[in-house]
Ligand binder design. Structure first.
Ligand SMILES: [Fe+2]
Length: 303
């Protein structure tokens, strides 16, 4: 059984009209479906029907994250494994969401909802599978090729980290610990071969720190920053570089107050990748390598 990747995030957007415009025209995701309270979007190089669902809501934040499994029977196997681990599991019937099959749903110790699914309509990336060019025509805005990772906040990140490593066989690429090296302040976990598919940071339960989209290279971050300024997007910080993951980054906000990131580079990982540890005294370089200090907004604001 195998989780393959972070497949989707469902994001609550109270500022509905402006947020839908932003995700389609500034961030540059492609709309694939909508109903009264949701818009379904994909990044251009994703093959599945959607990776982001915007939900009309009263408050911003993350409704749930979902990981795609390789096989249909993985849902049964993970359901049993979760129940044996002491986690309650619900079934989400096929057809609950457009173009999706059944899912299982459970809550993390950090109060975030997680779903696992296998079946989703494949719509392709807009290019042929034989002799394709490197990118399709008519891309709009920043146009990241894919969803990359998310960072969520919670009180007991040790328990959430253990659940991902024990039940789902994720590995920890990096951790930030207090100066006595006793308490985890943040963890970065991977299942694919990127530096992280999900990360946890100590903070209030159930909160979203950011959802990140991949860009190929540093020069695309500079262009992304231009597009943000042209469109009056509120930038949190960047372009800059992380010590952790070594990726380059910009953090910015959607019109509803959810933080987004564009992330380029970073090393690749394998199951035998050793965990890198950063101590709190080096937190500045760990998070923002060039600035060597954190800004208050990055530490305090989440949705
Ligand atoms: Fe990130």
């Amino acid at each position: 059984m195998a989780i393959m990747r972070l497949g989707r995030v469902q994001i609550r957007v109270p500022n509905w009209e402006k947020s839908v415009f932003y995700y389609k025209n500034v961030l540059g995701l492609i709309e694939t479906a909508r109903d009264e309270n949701h818009v379904y979007l994909k990044a251009w190089d994703e093959y599945d029907h959607h990776s982001v669902i915007l939900e009309k809501a009263d408050i911003a934040g993350l409704e749930h994250m979902a990981f795609k499994c390789e096989f249909a029977q993985d849902l049964d196997l993970y359901e049993k494994k979760l129940i044996d681990y002491g986690v309650a599991v619900k079934r989400v019937p096929k057809g609950t969401r457009i173009a999706e099959g059944e899912a299982i749903r459970f809550q993390l110790p950090t109060e975030h909802w997680v779903e696992l699914y296998h079946e989703i309509e494949v719509v392709g990336n807009g290019m042929p599978s034989v002799n394709p060019d490197p990118w399709p025509d008519h891309l709009v805005g920043i146009a990241p090729p894919r969803l990359d990772h998310l960072l969520v906040a919670g009180e007991d990140i040790e328990a959430a980290t253990r659940l991902f490593t024990d039940v789902f066989d994720f590995h920890m690429s990096e951790q930030l610990v207090d100066d006595k090296m006793e308490v985890k302040l943040a963890t970065w976990l991977f299942k694919t071969n990127t530096a992280h598919d999900i990360a946890f940071v100590k903070g209030p339960n159930g909160r979203l720190h950011h959802v990140a989209f991949f860009l190929d290279e540093w020069v695309e971050l500079r262009k992304a920053a231009d597009i943000m300024v042209k469109n009056d997007v509120m930038i949190d910080i960047g372009p800059t570089r992380h010590g952790i993951t070594r990726g380059t980054t910009i953090y910015f906000f959607d019109p509803s107050g959810n933080r987004n990131e564009v992330f380029a580079g970073g090393y690749i990982t394998y199951p035998d990748f050793p965990t890198i540890t950063w101590t709190e005294e080096s937190i500045g370089k760990a998070i923002f390598y060039f600035e060597r200090e954190l800004n208050e907004r990055f530490m305090k604001v989440n949705s």
